[in-house]
Ligand binder design. Sequence first.
Ligand code: HAM
Length: 420
Amino acid sequence: MAEPTFRAPKGTRDILPPESSRRRALIDAFAVRASQAGFGEVMSPIFEDLGVFKRLGESTDVVTKEMFDFFDKGDPPQHLALRPELTASVCRAYAEHRPTPPWKVWYEGPQFRYEQPQAGRYRQFSQVGVETLGSDDPQVDVDTIVLGWRFYQSLGLSQVTLLLNSLGDASCRPAYLDALRSYLEANAENLSPQSQTTLERNPLRVLDSKRAEDQAVIAAAPLMVDFLSDETAEHFAAVRSGLDQVGVPYEISPRLVRGLDYYTRTTFEFAAEALTSAQNAVGGGGRYDGLVEALGGPSTPGIGFALGVDRILLACDAEGVFDTPAAAVKVFVVDVTESNEGLKVCEQLRAAGIGADRAYGGRSMKAQMKVADRSGAPLAAIIGDDELASGEITVRDLRGDSGQHRVSRDQLVATIQRLV
Ligand code: HAM
């Protein structure tokens, strides 16, 4: 094949059929679960005022290094950015429209981050997620986490670990940050140069370093859980007790800090053990009780998660679960009569809700049967000159062993419904 003139941009890719139908099935399955749990779908713009995303934290990589930002053609031009995630957009929408709380929404769609692409890390990737705004009841935290957990289970994934932490809130986090900063500064000479820079911007993010030379310092660092206020500790205990009640297993991960700055109290991540550790986070989330206010809305607690569709499918591949769904085309119509019979039969089948397709270009029986085979359809409806003359159709089983049946046009739909 000749070199193509253009390729999809770095970090993006075309999702072609049949892989795309697997993705669609995953998103549809999530939609069903989220709606059944009382979430309505929110559809937000793909780009927003850059300021919306700056609220994710001026010291996070997502904001400082990874934003796809641009100016529009207005006068004066507006500084916009492709969304790197959806929580900020949902909070912006809440502040703008002021729906009645608790506001429970789910979403799906592409996100954009200018990252160094590698397996499981792309510049355009897809998420499904939920957010609940307007309640800080720990039961909301439990419901949110359980929804994510059950979704992985429903796909057949069995090697997912739920990591859980509490990051405290405005009443106790500052004291912890002071203690952490003092400790890290005292041990700075034993940190990597990168972590020394991170320390100046945000000591919490040092805990997220995966560099070997940082691990000894991180292992002995003070932990947020030891600094939680009574109220925050009680909230965290209630979340754990709810998870215990419904039998969702978790690991307390006291150094889990997540990559975005808005988190308060409950934070969690879902790690797929079947993927290599660098890119094994298949989802994550937590509380962000100050974000709506930071976006100009009323003080409103919130919690949610986003699950990475691309990585979930990689985890499904690694575990050998959640196969590509069966082809929607159930009958491939083969017509060698050069009449309009094939067209009419396709029409008849589709009108009855049966997936049907056919070949074009007046090809031979053999060529059309080949296309039928490739289509994945379990049945072929064959129209030759004989069938045309007698007003009948030959239905042939392409995959199983129910052989061949010659039926009248009137019996066609019933015969096919019996066979598929
Ligand atoms: P996040 O941890 O940045 O959180 O992303 C959630 C998930 O999206 C990750 O666990 C991962 O599966 C997937 N993901 C992130 N970046 C990439 C990438 N470059 N390529 C492929 N997959 C990726 C959030 O986005 C928060 N908005 C989650 C949340 C919702 N927190 C509260 N509500």
